[in-house]
Ligand binder design. Structure first.
Ligand code: TYD
Length: 241
């Protein structure tokens, strides 16, 4: 019965109204090597220390099925067509939305997601040309059940610098090697970055473009201040209801 209730709220979008002020979906975007992970860690610990219940997920991944799909997607021995790649990323996301994100939002958690639908627009749309952006937007809507992030932090960075950072991480790291996506080449990443820039221009109210070359603390301060304003606005609108 409880599951059915959550399911109805979810399908109708009513969870947005039932879950109170803390229901927020925050996503992080940017090319590989833009420094998302550090900023995500800082934001999550800040949110938790100020009393929010936080669910942190990454894409592709976050459920058993989605993690299996992730392995297929990142395996360098696979040759995957652009459209098949789109469907695999989307399958992982559909599972994650239904199994984790929807229920977490319904329980009043702030959900922080390392990549979400904008990655599909930038990588599969801009990078691979798998389908037109307008088509991908409505496809994303079907995949997520209409879920749109309340705020997206986009870490913008020059591609060559991002690639140098990624390579340094791989060389100095724990023996990981480049995955299938990372091996896509500079021209691909330039198209991805251009697509991200365009998305940020098209949706300035949702996507906050941050200069990823600033220091870790300076970037975190911008995110922290923006989140504080977002939470305050949420609390005011909940109080008015
Ligand atoms: P990951 O190791 O998680 O990269 P990062 O640390 O940069 O987030 O690998 C995920 C890869 O999948 C990354 O190259 C971006 C890509 N991706 C897409 O191409 N489309 C998508 O919809 C998503 C979610 C990720």
């Amino acid at each position: 019965m409880r599951l059915l209730y959550i399911d109805i709220r979810w399908k109708t979008g009513l969870w947005r109204f039932c879950a109170g002020a803390r229901t927020m979906l925050i996503t992080f975007e940017g090319v590989d090597g833009s420094g998302k992970s550090t900023q995500i860690e800082l934001l999550v610990s800040r949110l938790e220390s100020s009393g929010h219940r936080v669910t942190l997920v990454r894409e592709p991944g976050g459920t058993a099925v989605s993690e299996s799909v992730r392995e297929i997607l990142l395996d360098k021995t696979h040759r995957i067509t652009p459209f098949a790649e789109l469907l695999l990323f989307s399958a992982a996301r559909a599972q994650l939305c239904e199994e984790v994100i929807g229920p977490a939002l319904a329980q009043g958690h702030v959900v922080v997601c390392d990549r979400f639908t904008d990655s599909t627009l930038a990588y599969q749309g801009g990078g691979r040309g798998a389908a037109p952006i307008s088509w991908l937007r409505s496809f994303n809507e079907r995949v997520t059940g209409g879920l749109v992030p309340d705020r997206t932090y986009y870490l913008a960075i020059d591609i060559q610098l991002a690639r140098r950072r990624s390579t340094a991480r791989l060389v100095g790291g724990d023996g990981e090697s480049e995955d299938r996506m990372e091996a896509s080449g500079e021209a691909f990443f330039k198209r991805v970055a251009a697509a991200y820039d365009e998305l940020a221009t098209e949706e300035p109210d949702r996507i906050l473009r941050l200069d990823a070359t600033l220091g870790v603390d300076a970037i975190h301060a911008q995110i922290r201040d923006d989140m504080a304003a977002l939470v305050a606005a949420r609390n005011r609108s909940t109080a008015r209801r």
